[in-house]
Design a protein around this ligand. Sequence first.
Ligand SMILES: Nc1nc2c(ncn2[C@@H]2O[C@H](COP(=O)(O)OP(=O)(O)O)[C@@H](O)[C@H]2O)c(=O)[nH]1
Ligand SMILES: Nc1ncnc2c1ncn2[C@@H]1O[C@H](COP(=O)(O)OP(=O)(O)O)[C@@H](O)[C@H]1O
Length: 205
Amino acid sequence: MSSPSGAGKTTLTRRLLQDDKDVVMSVSATTREPRPGEVDGKDYYFMSHERFDEMVEDDKLLEYATVFGNKYGTPREPVEQALLWGKDVIFDIDWQGTQQLMSSSKAIDLVRIFILPPSISSLESRLKSRGQDSAETIAARMAKAESEISHWAEYDYVLVNDDLEETYADLKAIVRAERYRRERRPGMSEFVRGLMDERANRDVE
Ligand SMILES: Nc1nc2c(ncn2[C@@H]2O[C@H](COP(=O)(O)OP(=O)(O)O)[C@@H](O)[C@H]2O)c(=O)[nH]1
Ligand SMILES: Nc1ncnc2c1ncn2[C@@H]1O[C@H](COP(=O)(O)OP(=O)(O)O)[C@@H](O)[C@H]1O
């Protein structure tokens, strides 16, 4: 899931995590400072530039990018573990990370969702009302919004997060429908074979 900063990714993903036990969050590594209330290991793995570079060198990140002057990356191991357990993983990452996941890791079956704000002025007021960034940081995020938004057409789904309840219902519908895609139902061939066998047996009887 990607969006310009402040469009509502964190709010939406937190709700989905609470509601859906088959979904886990990919907790990113970052060199940015924690915001008030953010918890290390839950919101992000906060770390120095040196530690981050070590993770890159050791190939411990599935993707990484520089956003607003800080580095952000997706730790590989927890994602691979969660997928092995049959979980769905949400990535709250920018367009650069999404492109890298698409091109590099064939093991990850990706659904890309882009969240747009209803207007630029509401984006700004949401960043201000979040009350966690300085005026300078908010200005930098607003300046970056246009370039993030320009990547919207690279995504499978695009949601305009005007009414939160409606957007959340749409997000849940997407997740639900995607789970029924034929290619994600490996047990289905066997099930259908069973149906055919049952039918053939009835012919014999
Ligand atoms: N490529 C990449 N981008 C990330 C990762 N984690 C966070 N981001 C992006 O970095 C940007 C800034 O995130 P953050 O500082 O938490 O501010 P936010 O935009 O208010 O959520 C957002 O666009 C995130 O989607 C990551 O692991 N990889
Ligand atoms: N549909 C919405 N209507 C009004 N405010 C919203 C909506 N969605 C999110 N917000 C608020 O906007 C602010 C930014 O949302 P957040 O989820 O932190 O965005 P992001 O993770 O994309 O930066 C938060 O204060 C959040 O409560």
